[in-house]
Design a protein around this ligand. Structure first.
Ligand code: M6R
Length: 619
């Protein structure tokens, strides 16, 4: 977590840093700060709270200078306050450092530095970096940073400036992302591409254990033994407009609305001449044929996509598949070997647990396939093969379009493997693809319906709020689904709790009688995914059981379903008809919108919910 930015050029550093931080605020928003070189002095301004607080301070007392570093924080070591906010300084206030990651040996380093006379002002792990640079500094910042990082254990992306060298920013990376924006007469460092896209589309992705120095004139990359590494910038194809709200009240809403177009783009890119095409997939067909099992590993929403993938892969490619959360997989000695394909799903491609799980799978000899959204991310680069979801930047902390893009890629992987393993014949393949091709238009028609100012989901959210307060905050949500829509029940609950802070639980409907039914009295609102499927009748029985105990039911059904009306449900959300296999793509849209509107009715900060950050780059 945390976002860092560094700038050297002729513009006002304050403006570049603040703009960059505003594009990185999704990574953390507990505090923000900048350190800008004004002549041979560092001007440090940092504040607890969101970036706008810092921006207001800087408006009234602007910092001059064209070199600086900035930071937006998701707190790990030390509470979010002004003192613990980055940048951090050395004793003489000549060095300023920003850091994303965790320094695991910081306590030992701090003790030694204190014995040597260094004075610390914060509770952070980061401050040791500033003091170590001070300790090693003779007359060259780059050498001092190199010596410093050799003593660090843990993960870091750092950027540092020194008052005696007002022409450069020095950085380094190990397990936390860092990119270089290459400009003309100016250069940038940042945790992610959007931070620099207003100024340049030429990006260099740094690898682990690379040291970087940027000046106005150029960029020098070295390995930790000091050898120069030549790297050419890649050109970013997307536009900064994609990372803006484009008139929507929230990024989350914009990203929900984009899902039909994203799916359309994925199908156009991947389906050619009656075949699924993965150009960037570096795993050969012969290898794909010989795998005897698949493990899918991911966190959060990506994990739910993986769970849905299991249903597809087992039914349509007839390959045994299991799904693990990355944090469990990495520590439990999983049984994977050269005959296992391990699929790691991650929007950011930087999630620490997923990256560690990938490395563990490789260490055990498995082949790894990353399904990532962020191009050039660590998981994408370290996997044996990668398939990009190409969903465009996802800014809201609550993942929406990345989820449906992950589902889309999993469908395509299933069809690819199904054909390869001769489970799906060509007629069946064509039939499935025809149905798949209908999905984007159906998603768009649903979204068009929901775009109206007062759609039924917004109204249900309003009813819920009223009910919640009438019940003295006692109400909560239960989400039930079956078969391929069971993971959507988990996803609906996750969406609601992460942005509205209302307790919500997702369950396989068949499991209801084994425990959750005890929760049902007149308090819970139960979202029942009851679209047409082979388990539809079972779901109707579950609805009866809930109604018999006084629960309030929102039923997600298929249009034309008259049966549901006989079951006394309280609210109905109708979806267009589609084959059960692809129904998760439609079902999730009202679930996302329900979470969105509940959070909106309660007045919460939807794009930046408390305690969360978009990419979890620490354990
Ligand atoms: O970047 P990743 O896909 O690896 O992130 C995984 C989770 O952190 C993420 O899906 C998280 O659960 C979202 N906030 C859910 O909306």
């Amino acid at each position: 977590m945390c976002g860092i930015v560094g700038y050297v050029g002729s513009r006002k550093a304050q403006e570049v840093l603040i703009k960059g931080l505003s594009r990185l605020e999704y990574r953390g928003y507990d505090s923000a700060g900048v350190a800008i070189l004004e002549g041979h002095k560092i001007n440090l301004v940092k504040r607890q709270g969101k970036l706008r607080i810092l921006t207001d301070v800087l408006k009234s007392e602007p910092a001059k200078g064209s070199i600086g570093v900035g930071h937006t924080r998701w707190a790990t070591h030390g509470v979010p306050n002004d003192v613990n906010a980055h940048p951090h300084l050395d004793c003489a206030s000549k060095i300023a450092v920003v850091h994303n990651g965790i320094i695991e040996n910081y306590l030992d380093l701090k003790k030694t530095l204190m014995k040597e006379g260094h004075r610390f002002s914060s509770e952070t792990d980061t401050e040791v970096i500033a003091h170590l640079i001070e300790k090693y500094y003779k007359d060259d910042l780059e050498t001092a940073v190199l010596k410093t990082i050799r003593s660090l254990k843990g993960s870091y992306a750092i950027a540092a400036i020194h008052a005696s060298e007002p022409d450069k920013v020095v950085g380094a990376r190990c397990d936390s992302p860092l990119i270089v924006g290459v400009g003309e007469g100016e250069n940038f460092l940042a945790s992610d591409v959007p931070a620099v896209l207003d100024y340049t589309k030429n990006i260099i992705y740094l690898d682990n254990h690379e040291l970087i120095t940027i000046t106005k004139k150029g960029v020098t990359i070295k390995d930790y033994s000091g050898r120069i590494i030549q790297k050419n910038p890649s050109k970013i194809k997307w536009d900064i407009k994609q990372a803006e709200k484009a008139g929507h009240s929230h990024f989350m809403l914009k990203e929900i609305y984009e899902q039909g177009a994203v799916l359309d783009g994925i199908l156009d890119e991947r389906l050619h001449d009656g075949k699924v095409v993965f150009e960037e997939l570096a795993i050969k067909d012969n290898d794909l044929k010989r795998f005897t099992k698949i493990a899918i590993v991911a966190c959060g929403t990506a994990y739910h996509a993986g769970l849905t993938g299991k249903y597809m892969l087992e039914e349509y490619a007839r390959i045994p598949c299991w799904v693990d959360t990355s944090s469990e997989f990495r520590y439990r000695d999983p049984i994977v070997d050269k005959n296992t394909l391990v699929i790691i799903i991650s929007q950011s491609g930087e999630t620490a647990d997923s990256l560690a799980a990938l490395r563990e799978a490789k260490r055990k000899g498995a082949k790894t396939l990353g399904i990532c959204n962020v191009v050039g991310s660590s998981i994408a680069r370290e996997s044996d093969g990668v398939i990009y979801t190409h969903a465009g930047p996802e800014i809201a902390v609550a993942s929406t379009k990345a989820y449906t893009a992950q589902l889309a890629v999993l469908y395509l992987v299933t069809l690819y493997l199904g054909r390869l393993r001769k489970v799906i014949g060509s007629a069946k393949f064509d039939h499935i693809i025809k149905e798949f091709r209908r999905a984007p238009a159906l998603m768009n028609s649903l979204i068009d319906e929901y775009r109206s100012d007062y759609n039924n989901i917004a109204a249900y959210a309003g009813e819920f709020k009223k009910y919640y307060f009438e019940k003295h905050n006692k109400s909560h949500f239960l989400y039930l689904g079956r078969n391929i829509n069971y993971p959507n029940a988990l996803e609906g609950a996750l969406k609601l709790k992460e942005i509205s802070y209302i307790s919500a639980e997702g369950y396989a409907a068949g499991e209801m009688k084994h425990g959750p039914i005890a929760l049902i009295d007149e308090n819970p609102w139960v979202v029942c995914i009851a679209v047409q499927s082979k388990t539809y009748d079972k779901m109707l029985s579950n609805i009866q059981e809930i109604k018999a105990r006084g629960g309030i039911v929102i039923a997600i059904t298929t249009e034309g379903d008259e049966e549901i009306m006989h079951h006394n449900v309280n609210y109905v959300i109708e979806l267009p008809k589609i084959d059960e296999l692809f129904s998760p793509l439609l079902v999730v849209i009202p679930l996302q919108l329900l979470a969105y509107y509940v959070a909106k009715k309660f007045g919460y900060d939807i794009d930046q919910p408390r305690n969360l950050a978009k990419s979890v780059t620490v354990e």
